[in-house]
Ligand binder design. Structure first.
Ligand code: FAD
Length: 471
């Protein structure tokens, strides 16, 4: 039910900014009320859709006046329910998707509005012979505002780091409607706390990001992707260490469990296993060149991998064309989609120190399967960053019922193991509503104290993305 305060806000927004500034047809709103995995279902009487920073500022100021909570939303590809409004309809969604201009493009920097889709940014940078070096499976829908707000990672963190390393400046509207403009992207600016860093990873709880200045790097002149079959994750990490000692050109290093590969081959049309034989573990390695004078990437991979064959590496194939490189990446990028098609599971985006990750993958999965007979644990992801997606699959009969009965306990076990290994319960997806209770349970206290103090100071009325990250 729309409250009088919400109605007043929606009417004022339409009167001031036109009918396109507020979507009120329930059929148009419906797809944006459910998260990508279909786990959270919210309610919102309207989607407010500002077209400029000034409109965002006016909407936030009006919302503060009417005491209406707001939930910022970009592409709605987040994995922790952060962009799904509360189920009681108390908040309104604010979509940044109409703010989709690239305001500035220079060899070193792109200034993109919050609603620019990652793939569009990639294309724009490529258009001037440069590259934005962050990519992920949802690049066709994830937006700059969402990427900043989740401090997204992806498959090139190994070389370029997550969003925190790539954002040079942020423009954002604070909960009182004032605008922080950091788009000058100063190389040096020591006026106390970094407001840019505060907004990166804030998940919409401190205000609305309206634009970001992001760093660009040289375009690649050539790349090759190798697909390896291995016996153990320990061998995978050893391979990475060998490669890193010999070249600075490794950009992607993704581990894929045999289970994940089988799911992709079963559920994603047109995929084919890269290797003939069966292997317990697979690794995708990407090498790139930024200068046509460099040794071709395929030759580099062949030269570096040859001594490892029959030892750390059981079998390998190197892409012979860009089409084959894309096909290998398509397998890796489709794992989440295949798992979604398969049915319900418990997802954990976790990190531990890199050297401890192989043991964690084996021992953690064994611990979960021992405690929950019939369940199956499987991981894939960014081994070189010490970050894997550790998923627990329920027994095949009544998976949903099993999750309702055991899901919370199984996730607590996974998170306890992560903390015992010196890690974090969120590596790149954030906390959202999915992990809020676990963050509160596992702290640590100093972190919780600072998060809560910042939230109270900037958003005392708790109007920005309520119920997410921290209460
Ligand atoms: P949304 O889902 O709309 O929002 C995410 C959060 O950011 C919410 O809390 C929302 O309130 C907030 N937010 C959005 N826009 C703004 C804004 N303008 N101002 C303030 N707050 C805002 N993530 C990774 O890090 N690495 C991966 O490898 C990866 N792979 C993925 C693969 C698939 C197939 C899918 C579906 C998702 C994947 N993700 C990955 C998760 C997701 O793509 C990222 O979290 C992404 O950054 C979300 O962007 P979005 O625009 O969809 O944000």
């Amino acid at each position: 039910m729309t409250t009088p305060a919400q109605s007043a806000l929606i009417d004022t927004v339409i009167a001031r900014f036109g009918p396109q500034a507020a979507i009120t047809d329930p059929a148009d709103i419906a797809p944006w009320l459910i998260d990508w995995r279909g786990r959270w279902h919210g309610q919102s009487a309207a989607i407010l859709s500002p077209a400029s920073t000034a409109e965002v500022a006016a909407i936030v100021a009006l919302a503060a006046e009417h005491r209406v909570p707001l939930v910022p939303q970009g592409g709605n590809s987040g994995m922790v329910g952060g962009a799904t409004p509360p189920g009681d309809g108390s908040a309104l969604l604010v979509s940044l998707r109409r703010m989709n201009a690239i305001r500035r493009l220079s060899p070193d920097l792109a200034v993109a509005e919050a609603g620019v889709i990652l793939e569009t940014l990639h294309d724009a940078a490529a258009g001037i012979g440069r590259r934005f070096p962050l990519t992920l499976g949802a690049r066709g829908s994830a937006t700059v505002g969402g990427l900043v707000s989740t401090n997204a990672g992806g498959t090139q963190v190994l070389r370029f780091g997550p969003m925190r390393n790539l954002v040079a400046g942020v423009e954002a509207v604070l909960p009182d409607g004032s605008i922080h403009d950091g788009l000058a992207a100063l190389k040096k600016d020591n006026r106390g706390y970094s407001l840019e860093q505060l907004f990166i990873g804030a998940e919409g709880t401190l205000g609305i990001v309206t634009a970001a200045a992001v760093r660009l790097v040289p375009a690649i002149t050539d790349r090759a992707v190798a697909w390896l079959g291995l016996a153990r994750p320990h061998d995978a990490l050893a391979v990475l260490r060998v490669l890193e000692r010999q070249t600075g050109r490794i950009e992607g290093f993704e581990i894929v469990n045999a289970d994940s590969l089988v799911k992709v081959l079963r559920y994603i049309p047109g995929t084919r296993a890269p290797l003939e034989g069966e292997h317990l573990w697979h690794v995708l390695v990407e090498a790139t060149a930024h200068d046509s004078g460099e040794e071709p990437s395929a030759a580099l991979l062949e030269r570096l991998l040859a001594p490892l064959m029959g030892g750390l590496v059981a079998d390998a194939t190197i892409s012979a064309s860009e089409a084959q490189a894309l096909a290998f990446w398509h397998i890796r990028d489709s794992i989440s989609e295949a798992e979604r098609a398969m049915g319900p599971s418990l997802a954990h985006d976790i990190t531990v120190p890199v050297d401890g990750m192989p043991d964690f993958m084996i021992d953690g999965a064994a611990a979960v399967e021992r405690r929950f007979p019939g369940a199956h644990a499987s991981c894939f992801g960014h081994l070189g960053d010490g970050n894997v997606h550790f998923h627990v699959f329920p027994p095949t009969v009544d998976g949903q019922g099993w999750i309702a009965a055991n899901g919370a306990a199984a996730s607590r076990l996974v998170h306890d193991l992560v903390i015992a290994a010196g890690g974090s319960i969120s590596a790149e997806h954030g906390i959202g509503q999915m992990k809020k209770d676990e963050l509160a349970r596992l702290g640590p206290p100093a972190r919780l104290h600072v998060l809560a103090a910042i939230k109270r100071a900037l958003d005392p009325d708790r109007l920005m993305n309520p119920g997410k990250l921290i209460d």
